[in-house]
Design a protein around this ligand. Structure first.
Ligand SMILES: NC(=O)c1ccc[n+]([C@@H]2O[C@H](COP(=O)([O-])OP(=O)(O)OC[C@H]3O[C@@H](n4cnc5c(N)ncnc54)[C@H](OP(=O)(O)O)[C@@H]3O)[C@@H](O)[C@H]2O)c1
Length: 203
């Protein structure tokens, strides 16, 4: 797939790397092509840098991995995203994209894309390497678009997650951000460190 990465920092960089290695074509969409975080991503296979508008035009999937309040300028730059899968990996932890509760809600209201919340609920190190004790950890997703969920699931499995568990529809997006906050609480506030992950077990 052709995937636009908007936000080429910790999360965007980890996912761009995994997806490039899995054979996808990566279009980094940046504000300033001469100066952006993650320039080293250009050493990955199948990876090019463009303006945000160009990267989105060339892609059927768009990952948003920026501070939440950047979403309004990004929406302006993206242009028409009808039918494209928009993956929101952000968390409104320190800032909220007012008047919306999350970036997901802004994307649903202001674009015609197929929106899914995914790749927000664990640390970027776990996106670079989701393998613990020879087994993949779980990713989680929420939203109303079944088509976008299919794409997110494939992209999670492509980089080694064991599953992409459906957390529910759009009314569960804020809860999924709380799962991210729970990971941050355990990893940082409670001192367990960033090498921890969630896995759903069944019997
Ligand atoms: N860090 C984690 O482990 C983690 C895990 C899950 C979810 N998240 C969430 O993912 C998001 C990104 O976190 P991060 O740690 O990857 O951040 P980061 O390393 O600081 O990277 C942020 C990226 O956003 C870009 N950006 C900022 N404003 C922009 C704009 N107006 N238009 C386009 N790009 C813009 C920056 O580009 P420049 O280089 O041009 O400044 C940079 O590439 C946050 O919402 C965070 O809550 C983080």
């Amino acid at each position: 797939m052709n995937i636009a990465i908007i936000g080429t920092g910790n999360v965007g960089g980890a996912l761009a790397t995994g997806w490039a290695k899995a054979g996808h074509t990566i279009h980094l969409g940046v504000q300033d092509m001469n100066q952006f975080k993650g320039k080293n991503l250009l050493n990955n296979p199948n990876t090019q840098v463009h303006s945000i508008a160009e990267a989105v035009t060339m892609s059927e999937v768009v990952l948003i991995a920026t501070p939440p309040t950047a979403i309004f300028s990004i929406i302006e730059h993206m242009g028409d995203v009808s039918g494209k899968t928009l993956i929101d990996a952000t968390n409104s932890v320190r800032q909220t994209p007012e008047p919306y509760k999350t970036v997901f809600h802004a994307l649903v209201d202001k674009t015609k894309g197929e929106v899914v919340k995914c790749f927000n609920s664990t640390g970027f190190e776990n996106m670079l390497n989701p393998i613990y004790n020879a087994e993949g950890i779980d990713m989680f997703m929420a939203g109303d678009s079944d088509a976008a969920k299919q794409v997110a699931t494939r992209l999670a499995l492509d980089i080694g997650f064991a599953s992409c568990t459906d957390f529910g529809k759009a009314d569960k997006v804020e809860l999924l951000e709380k799962l991210a906050l729970s990971w941050i609480n355990l990893a940082i506030m409670q001192g367990h460190g960033r090498n921890i992950a969630f896995k759903l077990v069944r019997r």
